[in-house]
Design a protein. Sequence first.
Length: 188
Amino acid sequence: MDAAAPRNLTIIFQPIAGPDGACYPATMDKFRVLFERLHRLLASRGRSADDIDDLMQEAFLRLQEYSRARTVQNTEAFLVRTVLNLSAQQRRAARPHQSITDDPQILAIMDPTPIPDEVYAAQQRLLRVKAGLARLSARTRETFLMHRLEGMSYVQIAENLGVSVSMVEKYIARASFFLRDWMARSGQ
């Protein structure tokens, strides 16, 4: 089993009942392929294997619950949107919460600048990203920076560089995966 494949495919899929009470059983193979796609999607977004398992379970549970009252026209689209929404909610919930106040006296004494440790950590991350960017080929780096820093679309980059949109996608994917792994190796 390759690293991108799910660790555990022992999920039991029950037939999905529509609003009319009729069951629309999906084949196990269809769900297995869908399960693997969703797993790869979440893994590509940097989610841990445990998080992926939790998100997938919750997404399939929501599909079951939703299907009891309504008909799901496109199961794959429903599950993709659900796991992406759940993933975003989980990331938001994991962020530290700041106390916000409208009291002008408190706001006057609050220092919005980050503490020195946070500044240092951010500087170290930036240096690590710069080192990673330097290891990319010139074309891959240029394409990645045009998209991420200059906000250019893939089509605009392709026209600018005289390459296909597919090639731009490959350059950006290559840079993104390399930088993700590069930062993970540094413990950032």
